[in-house]
Design a protein around this ligand. Structure first.
Ligand SMILES: Cc1cc2nc3c(=O)[nH]c(=O)nc-3n(C[C@H](O)[C@H](O)[C@H](O)COP(=O)(O)OP(=O)(O)OC[C@H]3O[C@@H](n4cnc5c(N)ncnc54)[C@H](O)[C@@H]3O)c2cc1C
Length: 391
């Protein structure tokens, strides 16, 4: 079976590795001129670390990532809202060897790409059209190149061209808040392995520590969509000037040209993810707000399940349908819960924020393991290593 994957992000590269493991011939097409990722970090929860092990890429992550030691939520003035979670306790409780690893996105995609033979990914190819036929599916690129295969998989992110070919054009849903991200030197007050969020009224700041004494930070604020600031760093310094450390230091010590801003978007869960031989995975299928840190993790899980379904189905269209049937319940639950958690975090009213913080302080220790932490226990199951695809 020959598979074309559009997009060399986390989903596309993971799927390429997994599909090659089950015997498929794979070509990845990426519109960027080279392998690259935004200058930010990402948390890989136990479910993603397990999925990476299933595709044989797990061993390349520890050397370039940092294990979470503890995490907590504080108020904007620094007072503790939530009793901190210690990773060693979570690991014992959930029976996993590592609960979360934090990694620079560029290091993650480089680690994934190292599992593919040179030439598997072709850069500078922007997909502009996809068409599924009875015997093959065809793709056309902005540079005039065309290709065809047994299956076309769109791993081309939230604004996916392949998704539009499957479901028709739809505009993503704006969450009501925008997000800035950056990486700076770790302030001395923060120990390696520390993860935290500071919650204010309609604003949040979060950090995860990275290897090499760096910190990845993010900051959110309720705002109209498509806003722009002349100077993001100056804006953040002013906007968060009365917040507890380390927020002011994080913004002040990040180079202005290394601060990225994105409106936070998702899409309501879709009723289908494929049409014949053309399907979607990762953010192209189930874009999720980042509040549970699971979007990239689910993209890696998708890779395992997609490869298994295509390897074992009687034909590619059925394989894509089986993939969606297995994945949709989980991704739908996470997308919905993440949306709700984001609304809670971005609450703005003085009284509602007070109530929120009090409730989280009282209940988080009880509810978190039953709530979003349960997503980290999930196991896709292994690849059918003996399977060999046929179209
Ligand atoms: C602020 C923020 C924080 C987050 N934090 C976390 C976290 O801690 N943990 C976590 O698991 N997830 C996190 N996520 C979510 C995670 O980033 C995404 O779910 C993940 O990147 C999705 O990967 P993907 O490969 O599906 O899509 P993308 O990363 O969007 O990759 C798509 C690729 O396709 C390419 N492409 C697009 N269109 C075309 C085209 N027409 N032709 C060819 N190529 C194309 C793009 O250039 C890109 O390389 C976060 C997201 C945000 C916004």
């Amino acid at each position: 079976m020959r598979v074309i994957i559009i997009g060399s992000g986390i989903a596309g590269l993971s799927a390429a590795i997994a599909l090659r493991k089950v015997g498929a011939e794979v070509a990845v097409y990426e519109r960027a001129p080279e392998l690259r990722e935004v200058g930010a970090g990402i948390s890989l929860w136990a479910n993603a670390l397990r999925a990476l092990d299933h595709i044989g890429a797990g061993e390349s992550v520890p050397a370039v990532s940092l294990r979470m030691a503890r995490s907590e939520i504080r108020g904007r003035d620094g007072h503790k809202i939530q009793i901190g979670m210690r990773a060693d306790e979570l690991e014992k409780r959930f029976g996993v060897s590592e609960f979360v690893r934090m990694i620079h996105r560029a290091d993650l995609v480089t680690a994934l790409a190292s599992h593919l033979p040179p030439g598997t990914a072709r850069y500078g190819h922007e997909c502009v059209a996809v068409e599924g036929g009875d015997a093959t599916a065809k793709v056309r690129f902005a540079n005039g190149h065309t290709d065809e295969a047994d299956v076309v998989v769109g791993a081309d992110g939230i604004h996916s061209v392949v998704r539009a070919a499957v479901l028709g054009p739809e505009v993503p849903r704006y969450s009501g808040y925008t997000c800035w991200r950056g990486i700076c030197q770790r302030p001395a007050s923060i120990e390696p392995g520390y993860v935290a969020e500071w919650w204010g009224r309609g604003k949040r700041v979060g950090i995860t520590t990275l290897p090499d004494d760096r910190v990845y930070w993010w900051a959110t604020k309720n705002a109209p969509p498509n806003g722009r600031e002349a100077d993001d760093r100056a804006f953040l310094i002013a906007e968060f000037r009365d917040w507890a450390e380390p927020a002011p230091t994080l913004f002040a010590t990040t180079p202005a040209d290394r601060i990225f801003r994105n409106d936070i978007l998702d899409r309501p869960p879709a009723r289908k993810w494929s049409k014949g031989r053309v399907g979607v995975i990762g953010d192209a299928a189930h874009p999720t707000t980042p509040n549970l840190g699971q979007g990239g993790c689910m993209a890696i899980e998708d890779a395992v399940v997609l490869a298994r379904c295509l390897a074992t189905a009687s034909d590619p269209a059925r394989g894509l349908e089986a993939f969606a049937a297995e994945r949709r319940p989980r991704t739908t639950a996470i997308t919905r819960e993440s949306w709700k958690f984001g609304r809670l975090g971005q609450t703005e009213g003085r009284l509602t924020c007070w109530l929120r913080d009090a409730a989280i302080g009282l209940l988080a220790g009880l509810l978190a393991p039953k709530g979003f932490l349960k997503y980290a226990r999930y196991d896709t199951g292994p690849l059918p290593l003996s399977a060999r695809t046929g179209s």
